[in-house]
Ligand binder design. Structure first.
Ligand code: EPZ
Length: 416
């Protein structure tokens, strides 16, 4: 795995066009297999997770072509309905193929995705919902064998508004018999993007973005052309990168309306933010104020994915901030590394108490997962001296060319 070398102390100011959303493009690429045709996905970010998803599509027999940020998927040659263990272990979000493959082939075989650094990541809600839709599921030898003569529409209630489970039910329901309602559905903007893509393929999905989604089963879907929404988590990451250095930054091609909870916290910390249609302009003070308490919640609450980048920000704010991580059970791995840089953070269970310090020192730190890696980069930008962040492959899973975007805003950062 490579590393990023960062000389801290530069103000991060300038203009960034924000990449397409990882957590929208992954389920949308999976959904392409439900049509026997060609789909064109635009504004597709260059990420390791997208590359892995393309590989899954090819293993299923699809032809995937990429030209810059446009991915074309031809599913007419699809000849398999199994995702092997190595790919599932490498990227657990491949579980999102389950609903799509069953919808197309009426059978699917995937290996148990297993956990990841941030938590166990069970899929009980996915499997419970699919069983209620008439899918028979055998779990043996670490594999999940699914079969369904017909997928039945029905009333599905999710015990937790799981993003992945909501997406899998949507994918299984679009060509099911009858009408499916999903209550306590996840409301994330990426769910709306998936719904818009499915409807452009000829599906009839209503209510995405709300807690109840209704899907009227249709006979078949066609390939479609679609442009992926901007990545709200990457956008907030760059706002934090600029804010920790007292910079001024303009983000283009973003959707501020998806980012309310995050923008509110940045303003509470003293940043001045102006939103104009698809632009956000932020000016940060030399030193930010702490934020009393941040609780991660399902959308529209504060997103768990931005918890660690904002904790890096809070580590140099004036005062004490408390972070409570309600979504994943192991999402504080960046704390040890931030502490090596001089941060003052105490973790008690799901809470982290962050006492702002006047300065951080450059150090050798290790990224252990995607968003925690981004947090270390943010801290390094403001630290005194040079920081080496290893484990950059984790960061590349969700951030497109992170060093190039930050260099364009004045950062002294290079990849080794
Ligand atoms: C999606 O993961 C995102 N990934 C995550 O982003 C994001 O953090 C998460 O949603 C929450 O917003 C993608 O979209 C590819 P969940 P997902 O199902 O679908 C529990 C990133 O950094 N749960 O909403 O896996 C689960 O353990 C990644 O970009 C069950 O108990 O999240 C967790 O505690 C990280 N049983 C909570 O629900 C289930 O069957 C939320 O998980 C499913 C989930």
């Amino acid at each position: 795995m490579g590393k990023l070398i960062i000389d801290g102390g530069e103000r991060i100011s300038g203009e960034i066009r924000v990449q397409g959303a990882k957590n929208a493009v992954l389920p949308i690429l999976a959904a392409t297999v439900m049509a026997d045709g060609v789909s064109v996905i635009k504004n597709c970010p260059s990420l390791r997770d997208v590359d892995k998803t393309d590989l899954v599509l090819e293993r299923l027999g699809c032809i995937v072509r990429r030209e810059e940020n446009v991915v074309t998927v031809d599913t007419r040659g699809m000849c398999d309905c199994e995702i092997c263990e190595d790919l599932m272990r490498e990227m657990r979000s491949s579980i999102i193929f389950l609903g799509a493959i069953i919808s197309r082939c009426k059978r699917a075989v995937v290996s148990m995705p297993g956990g990841c650094p941030i938590g166990l990541r069970p899929i009980d809600l996915h499997l419970k919902a699919l069983k209620e839709m008439g899918v028979s599921i055998q779990e043996e030898h670490g594999y999940i064998n699914c079969k369904a003569e017909k997928i039945r529409g029905g009333n599905i209630h999710l015990d937790f508004p799981s993003v992945g489970a909501t997406e899998n039910v949507m994918l299984a329901a679009v060509c099911a018999d009858g009408i499916t309602t999903v209550s306590n559905a996840a409301r994330e903007p990426e769910i709306v993007d998936l719904s818009n893509f499915l409807n452009s393929m000829g599906a009839r999905v209503y209510g995405a973005g709300g807690s109840v989604i209704t899907i009227h089963g249709v006979e078949k879907l066609n390939g479609a052309e679609y442009t992926i929404m901007p990545d709200r988590i990457v956008a907030a990451t760059y706002l934090a990168a600029s804010a920790i250095t007292g910079g001024e930054i303009c983000l283009n091609s973003v959707n501020p309306y998806d980012m309310g909870a995050m923008l509110h916290v940045l303003e509470e910390m003293g940043a001045k933010i102006r939103c104009e249609n698809s632009r956000i302009i932020q000016t940060a003070p030399k030193t930010l104020r702490s934020v009393h308490t941040i609780r991660t919640m399902p959308y529209p609450g504060f997103p768990t994915d931005i918890q660690s980048p904002f904790m890096a920000l809070a580590s140099m704010a004036r005062g004490t901030s408390v972070f409570i991580e309600n979504i994943f059970e192991n999402r504080f791995q960046h704390v040890d590394e931030l502490t090596r840089m001089g941060a003052d953070i105490k973790v008690e269970g799901r809470s982290a108490v962050v006492r702002g310090v006047r300065e951080l020192q450059g150090a050798n730190v290790v990224a252990r997962e995607l968003r925690g890696g981004a947090a270390l980069v943010i801290a390094a930008l403001a630290a005194n001296g040079t920081t080496s962040v290893s484990g950059v492959d984790f960061i590349d899973r969700g951030y497109e060319n992170i060093e190039k975007y930050l260099q364009s805003c004045g950062a002294k950062i290079r990849r080794e």
